[in-house]
Design a protein around this ligand. Structure first.
Ligand code: ADP
Length: 405
């Protein structure tokens, strides 16, 4: 096969969808080619003048442009209408979706039917900013491609193995049973890392590993024997580490104070916590780590140091959750691309047994520590879409049947 084949020339392909509040990212995979990525891209700026980009497997841009895209349904119709685009009819085998919140009941992906979609829709109350776009995309695909199976993969599912002490807040049991729990997020990313450790870092794959997913959303996970036992994120993706625009852990008294003393409405507090805090709020300069690292502003320096400090502090907490630590992994935008942040975190963790290999770190690893370091640290690029593609293939094409079900 060569790169000019269209999906319809191939036996089958499956499409992974990642719906954000104002974006729709996608990837088209070829299951008969070992789940090779064939097309990827995004519609960004949904709700107004949106940018469309489609890339081929060798990084060429195959489509680009500005379009008026009022909602996620319109974004799908735009993709469907593209000639040689990601959703060419023919041998479309399945759609796999990233759904941020799967609630307490979902510890694995599910094949979508009306009943399971109803359960996912009900979870929108727990994740009002995150689940509705995924539900809208699933509904529109049911309309456009009624015969094509769809699978939902949840960011919370990988964390359902947490013990009760990590799964609860110190609040009455009745609220826990109503769903006020520490769900944890970025689970698809941690699942990818848990699977990749066997190849990249086999000496720690079955040990106690702290994984830092440091992107514009940031969290950390305690992986013991490849299973999640604790996470920095809790009920929502606001908890834990400081992020691009989210505060991370915040004394609940601050929120009471904003409401009582400044008379901020619920909507204003919500917007503040999701959009105006974190690196952006603290620095007053930017939510982007690259900008902050290059900035001469004292508050930009403080924001970077605050981020590093809290990643290192969380590493200590998660090591304590596991009764020790055998290794550390960096992943996602900042973790994968910023040698400076990795170096500063590992220097802070020197006391625990990490000795940084400066050259290896500058060269992007994967191993970041010296041969004589008591503990190893790695950088491993994450691939949440591939995890979704694998689950989708497994659910629509169980290996024992070898065919679609
Ligand atoms: P998302 O959570 O949106 O998927 P990513 O994982 O793509 O985010 O990470 C985006 C973040 O990565 C940006 O905020 C940016 O600050 C940071 N980033 C990307 N490249 C670099 C770099 N070379 N140095 C420092 N930070 C970087």
């Amino acid at each position: 096969m060569n790169s000019t084949d269209t999906p319809a020339d191939r036996t089958r392909h499956l499409c992974v969808m990642n719906a954000g509040s104002s974006s729709l990212k996608f990837g088209v995979y070829l299951p008969d080619d070992g789940l090779k990525l064939w097309r990827s891209g995004a519609v960004e700026g949904i709700g107004g003048a949106a940018r469309l980009r489609v890339m081929s497997e060798d990084g060429r841009e195959t489509h680009a442009g500005q379009h008026t895209v009022p909602d996620h349904g319109a974004a799908l119709r735009l993709l469907e209408g593209l000639e040689d685009g990601p959703m060419t009819r023919g041998n479309l085998m399945a759609f796999g979706h990233r759904v941020v919140h799967g609630g307490a009941a979902h510890d694995a992906p599910v094949r979508i039917d009306e009943a399971s979609l109803g359960r996912i829709e009900a979870l929108s109350a727990l994740a009002p900013l995150h689940n509705p776009p995924a539900v809208a995309v699933i509904r529109e695909l049911m309309r456009l491609f009624p015969e094509t199976p769809q699978v939902a993969c949840f960011d919370t599912a990988f964390h359902r193995s947490h013990p009760a002490v990590a799964d609860r807040f110190a609040i009455p049991d009745a609220l826990y049973r109503e769903g006020v729990r520490r769900y944890g997020f970025h689970g698809l990313s941690y699942e990818f890392i848990a699977g990749a450790l066997g190849e990249v870092a086999p000496e720690i794959a079955l040990g106690r590993v702290v994984v830092a997913h440091l992107g514009s959303g940031a969290s950390m996970c305690a992986l013991a024997g490849g299973r999640s036992v604790d996470s920095s994120m809790g009920f929502t993706a606001l908890d834990g580490l400081p992020m691009g625009t989210r505060s991370g852990s915040l004394d609940a008294g601050v929120i009471l104070w904003l409401q009582q003393q400044k008379h901020w409405s619920v909507d204003r507090v919500e917007h503040f916590l999701y959009q105006d805090c974190g690196l952006k709020g603290l620095s007053g300069v930017s939510n982007d780590m690259r900008t902050l690292l290059a900035s001469p502003e004292p508050l930009a320096h403080l924001a970077v140091e605050y981020f590093v400090y809290h990643v290192a502090r969380m590493a200590g907490a998660l090591a304590a959750s596991m009764g020790g630590i055998d290794g550390f992994v960096f992943t996602a935008g900042i973790g994968e691309r910023s040698a400076e942040i990795r170096a500063r975190v590992l220097r802070r963790l020197g006391w625990i047994g990490f000795s940084l290999d400066e050259t290896a770190n500058q060269n992007g690893g994967p191993k970041l520590t010296r041969p004589d370091s008591r503990l190893p640290a790695y950088v491993i690029p994450t691939d949440e879409e591939l995890v979704i593609a694998r689950h989708t293939q497994a659910l629509v094409q169980p290996p024992e049947t070898g065919g679609l079900v």
